[in-house]
Design a protein around this ligand. Structure first.
Ligand code: RB5
Length: 142
């Protein structure tokens, strides 16, 4: 599975934690920046990762900012991107089952490393249910 990850400065530490967690499990996340804790703008970060997903270079993306809100708003302006802030374990599952989310979003200042890693595991292990949910997703991109 090809997964890309990116964050602004507010998500920089949590991004590093997610990369290390999956590295230990033998899964390399492609780090698309930011590469320091210097201030940067989350729309630029979301743009870079979303274009790579839409081009088919990666199947799944992970985005992190301070709250998860700004970067999810930016990501969801791209047609074909379904970015979900995983604010609970149940939501991590439902974002896949019902929304076929292709980008998982976390808040570096609002979630712990343990919460983010656990929710990302749930997200990756859960399949889209299709059916009535596919009809709704089709309407999003019209
Ligand atoms: C950056 O300070 C912060 O505003 C950003 O990371 C994010 O939380 C915005 O929604």
């Amino acid at each position: 599975m090809k997964i890309a990850i990116a964050s602004d400065h507010g998500g920089f530490d949590l991004k590093a934690n997610l990369i290390a967690y999956y590295q230990e499990k033998g899964l390399t996340l492609q780090d698309m920046g930011t590469y320091s804790s210097d201030s940067c703008d989350y729309p630029d970060i979301a743009e870079k990762l979303c274009q790579a997903i839409l081009a088919g270079t990666f199947e799944t993306g992970i985005l992190v900012c301070g709250t998860g809100i700004g970067i999810s708003i930016a990501a969801n302006r791209h047609k074909g991107i379904r970015a979900a802030v995983l604010y609970s374990d149940d939501v991590a599952r439902l974002a896949r089952e019902h929304n076929n989310a292709n980008v998982a979003v976390f808040g570096g200042r609002t979630m712990t490393k343990e919460e983010a890693c656990r929710r990302m595991d749930i997200f990756l292990q859960t399949e889209f249910e299709g059916g009535r949910h596919q009809r709704r997703i089709d309407k999003l991109d019209k």
